[in-house]
Design a protein around this ligand. Structure first.
Ligand SMILES: [Zn+2]
Length: 433
């Protein structure tokens, strides 16, 4: 029996350690060091040397910088169709309530009067302000998030923690195509899944996102093959969350987040982006005669090193420097320069604004961050979490190795079928509603 109450995406946010931090922080006074102070994002930023900030961009082309992992979240208070499970607003679910407050605080939305706030619009306003403080050309891929659907194609609100309709992601992106693109999310067991996919492709979706453990999608299910064929033909990347998610103890579909299952869409010629490079938790090593638990990241690494997938398998580096990852993960992604052409910058917004998730002193102790970066990074985080996330990734080093410039030249991966970035934009504008 599947039980899932996955929380506002990506196990990162839901990681167990966050909860304790949040009970100390998110529910405490506004001055808590765990809270995002939500400063003004436009430079000059107090405590951040403009020359230090400018060095982030050395060797980078902002027009190639697409953040391939950014979430839209809303309550539907604008008529967006977004939805958040009621349990996240109920005081008798204090952990879920704390997480919701922490995530909304990360996005600088709401406050003590969250229920009365204009959450949908405020979320987009803040994200747009952050985007506009970036150089011209930088863009964000905004994720829709489909509901869970069971084996029979029935919608399961009781398995769904939040929902962002494709139409909403598309509409938000269409308001600012210079800054935003959109990523569809379609459960493949919906009766009209293929029609929805066709509509998404025609509507300029830049990728499709699944969270198998949460949405109850088994990548091996033969019923997914027409879906894979369509994705491969359209060269539409499939972004799949792999690795563990710690939403709720007792959720029992972690097995569906096993990175080794990615071989199925890969075999069908689908280009796959493994979210967070599967950097969290354990998964069964199904390649062994007697499968046993292994680090999910090691299984991802195995796939990256299988020559068959060189042109198909990619990984995004969002959330990878959060406190719940192992130093070995940080060192490996820095050291494996041969992977960098296939790693993609992503922020997992709004998580970079959720202060307890990234602990800079821990990165210093692990030997991947120079102490001299601590003060400007902390100052930057309080004003501009997206710039902070980029600056952090540009600052980390292991034995002289950094995340190379190709990691930040992500737009090229979405130039599907010969349509370049400009062409894809034109496509988005041209396609009728
Ligand atoms: Zn995410």
């Amino acid at each position: 029996m599947l039980r899932r109450r996955h929380l506002l995406c990506c196990g990162a946010a839901a990681a167990a350690g966050l909860f304790s931090a949040l009970t100390a922080g998110a529910l405490a006074a506004d001055a808590s060091p765990w809270r995002n102070p939500c400063g003004h994002p436009t430079p000059p930023i107090p405590g951040v040397d403009p020359d230090w900030l400018a060095r982030i961009w050395d060797g980078l082309d902002p027009t190639q910088l697409w953040d391939v992992h950014a979430h839209l979240i809303g309550t539907g208070d604008s008529g967006s169709g977004c939805w958040i499970a009621p349990s996240l607003s109920q005081w008798w679910h204090p952990m879920e309530l704390a997480r919701k407050h922490a995530i909304l605080n990360g996005a600088c939305v709401g406050g003590p009067d969250i229920a009365a706030a204009d959450i949908d619009r405020a979320y987009v306003r803040r994200l747009t302000a952050l985007a506009d403080a970036f150089p011209t050309g930088a863009r964000w891929l905004l994720f829709a998030f489909d509901e869970a659907v069971d084996d029979t194609g029935r919608r399961r609100p009781d398995w769904t923690t939040f929902h962002v309709p494709d139409a909403y992601a598309r509409a938000v992106a269409a308001q600012r195509p210079d800054r935003f693109g959109w990523v569809a999310s379609i459960h493949p067991h919906r009766e009209d899944a293929l029609q929805r996919l066709d509509r998404a492709i025609a509507g300029g979706a830049l990728a499709l996102k699944w969270l198998p453990s949460s949405m109850a999608i088994d990548l091996r299910d033969p019923r997914l093959r027409p879906f894979y064929d369509r994705l491969a033909a359209a060269r539409l990347p499939l972004i799949v969350h792999c690795g563990e998610e710690h939403a709720v103890p007792g959720a029992d579909r972690q097995d569906l987040g096993n990175p080794l299952l990615l071989r199925e869409p890969l075999r069908h010629g689908v280009r796959v982006i493994a979210a967070h490079c599967a950097s969290l938790g354990l998964a069964m090593d199904l390649d062994q005669p007697r499968p046993r638990p292994a680090q999910a990241f090691e299984l991802f690494a195995r796939l990256m090193d299988e020559p068959a997938w060189t042109g198909l398998l990619l990984g995004d580096v969002s959330a990878m420097f959060q406190f719940n990852r192992r130093p070995e993960v940080w060192r490996t992604v820095l050291r494996r320069q041969d992977w960098h052409e296939r790693l993609l910058h992503g922020s997992d917004y709004p998580l970079p604004g959720v202060v307890p998730l990234v602990r800079l002193s821990q990165l210093v102790r692990a030997g991947v961050l120079d102490e001299g970066h601590l003060a400007p990074l902390e100052a930057l985080r309080g004003h501009h979490p997206l710039m902070f996330d980029l600056a952090l990734k540009r600052s980390v080093r292991w034995q002289g190795h950094a995340l190379g410039a190709p990691v930040y030249a992500t737009a090229r991966h979405f130039a599907a079928g010969g349509i370049g970035a400009a062409g894809a934009l034109a496509e988005t504008r041209r396609t009728p509603g």
